[in-house]
Ligand binder design. Structure first.
Ligand code: 13P
Length: 249
């Protein structure tokens, strides 16, 4: 499938930012600025702001997702949120395996795969993050690390899911992977998916994440295997986010 047939996708990962009023103001601005966007747009607020975001976007094309879900469907899991709870509210996707969770909560690739299964059981699309640390890249391990992260969940993936390649060293640092570095890894990822899943690999969208901003998005999105972005810091600025969305169209 030519890259042009995969619709551009930009997801804002708002992480643990924003009060209720800030979230509402940001989303209202984003909705106004992205009204005519040709790319698909989604925002992933903190769990507590998900109902607000869904209410505000009810009549817009902007989708809302969670930033994580439990691997369990329900039960004695204090502090966790089930995929079905997100789906019932109206979320259509969930970010899984973000490097911050892999590091801060010790999430393994096996756990991320179990969460991916849980998301699918609830009818959610998974946005699965993979990526290497600076140390791993400098020691020539980048592809091995990403291949291992993919290996654990490749059988779970569906064509409507997406994979976000987020090199840990590029997240929140201002050091974006060069378009060549990013494309190289995206080609590698599509190759791994293709070997395991054939045609589905061509439909799955691969997003780049890590210090994406309006100033570097055009070059990144021009790469054959980069279908959009998973945006952190720049997603908290409506104008910057809308400019990135326009470049993914
Ligand atoms: P930044 O865009 O702030 O580097 O964050 C990227 C990210 O972690 C998105 O999930």
């Amino acid at each position: 499938m030519p890259a042009s047939l995969r619709r551009g996708l930009v997801i804002g990962n708002w992480k643990m930012h924003g009060s209720v009023s800030e979230t509402e103001a940001l989303l209202r601005q984003i909705m106004a600025l992205c009204e005519t966007a040709t790319a698909e747009v989604a925002v992933c607020p903190s769990f507590v702001h998900v109902p607000l975001a869904l209410r505000l976007t009810a009549a817009s094309a902007i989708a809302v997702g969670g930033q994580n879900c439990s691997e369990h469907d329900s039960g004695a899991c204090t502090g966790e949120v089930a995929a079905a709870m997100l789906a019932e509210l109206g979320c259509d996707r969930v970010i899984l395996g973000h490097s911050e969770r892999r590091r801060q909560q010790g999430e393994s690739s096996a756990l991320v795969a179990a969460k991916c299964r849980a998301a699918h059981r609830a009818g959610l699309k998974a946005v699965v993050c993979v990526g290497e640390t600076l140390e791993q890249r400098e020691s020539g391990q980048a592809q091995t690390v990403v291949a291992e992260q993919l290996q654990a969940l490749v059988e779970e993936l569906r064509p409507e899911d997406s994979i976000a390649y987020e090199p840990v060293w590029a997240i929140g640092t201002g050091h974006t992977a060069s378009p060549r570095q990013a494309q190289e890894m995206h080609t590698f990822i599509r190759g791994c998916l293709g070997a395991a899943r054939g045609d589905a690999a061509q439909r799955l969208r691969l997003l780049y994440g890590g210090s994406v901003k309006a100033a570097n998005a055009a070059e990144l999105f021009a790469q054959q295997d980069i279908d959009g972005g998973l945006v952190g810091g720049a997603a908290l600025d409506a104008h910057e986010f809308a400019a990135i969305v326009a470049l993914a169209g």
